[in-house]
Design a protein around this ligand. Structure first.
Ligand SMILES: [Fe+2]
Ligand SMILES: [Fe+2]
Length: 198
């Protein structure tokens, strides 16, 4: 894997770097038709991305409810633990499949996109560091809540939310850029060219 330059790192860049946008300019999002979006592999893959967006949204809603006093502490803790486990399990398997199975299929066929695929793989490492931090802070949040029922819940959840928001931002940016890099390749060449399956 090559080194990813600082300005192209997830969290520092704003969308795909210019040198990886050539095909996206030719095939922008609003031209991706249903035939592409519902393709055997693309349909399945975007479905996985939707799962992450739904879990993220549910975690955010849960955090907002406890901040607004609209949910019991026990319900919040139960929901949070379940959702975070779901996020972790799904992220691990999704990234493993992409790194070991999907990205190599693209790089075998399109040599000049290897930097883009390395960039996405590097994103995965940064996302995993970020979620490790989220889990650490989440565990400490749970412990603090369990050990002290009279604490200022808004204050502790509020400071946890900062870390959660940062993770969310990275994950959403990654999903977006990954789609912007890979789907135009599928639009141009078709799924069969890359021998994609799921
Ligand atoms: Fe990914
Ligand atoms: Fe992905």
């Amino acid at each position: 894997m090559v080194n990813i330059i600082e300005a192209d790192q997830l969290g520092k860049r704003n969308g795909l770097p210019d040198n990886l946008r050539e095909l996206l300019k030719k095939y922008p999002r609003d031209t991706w038709g249903d035939d592409i979006l519902n393709g055997n592999w693309v349909g399945y893959w975007l479905g996985r991305h939707s799962v992450f967006k739904e879990i993220s949204l549910a975690i955010n809603q849960s955090l907002q409810k406890i901040l607004d006093n609209n949910i019991s502490i026990n319900k919040f803790l139960n929901d949070y633990v379940q959702l975070m486990n779901l996020m972790l399990k799904n992220l691990n398997s999704h990234h493993t499949v992409e790194d070991n199975y999907i990205f190599p299929k693209f790089s075998q066929k399109i040599e000049k996109f290897s930097y883009g695929l390395d960039l996405l793989e590097n994103d995965h490492h940064l996302i995993h560091s970020s979620i490790d931090n989220v889990i650490l802070e989440g565990n400490s949040l749970i412990k603090t809540i369990n050990n002290n029922k009279t604490l200022d819940i808004k204050k502790v959840v509020g400071s946890y939310k900062v870390v959660n928001d940062e993770f969310n931002k990275l994950l959403m940016a990654h999903l977006n850029d990954e789609e912007d890099l890979l789907i135009p390749l599928v639009v141009k060449h078709g799924e069969n060219y890359f021998n994609l399956g799921h």
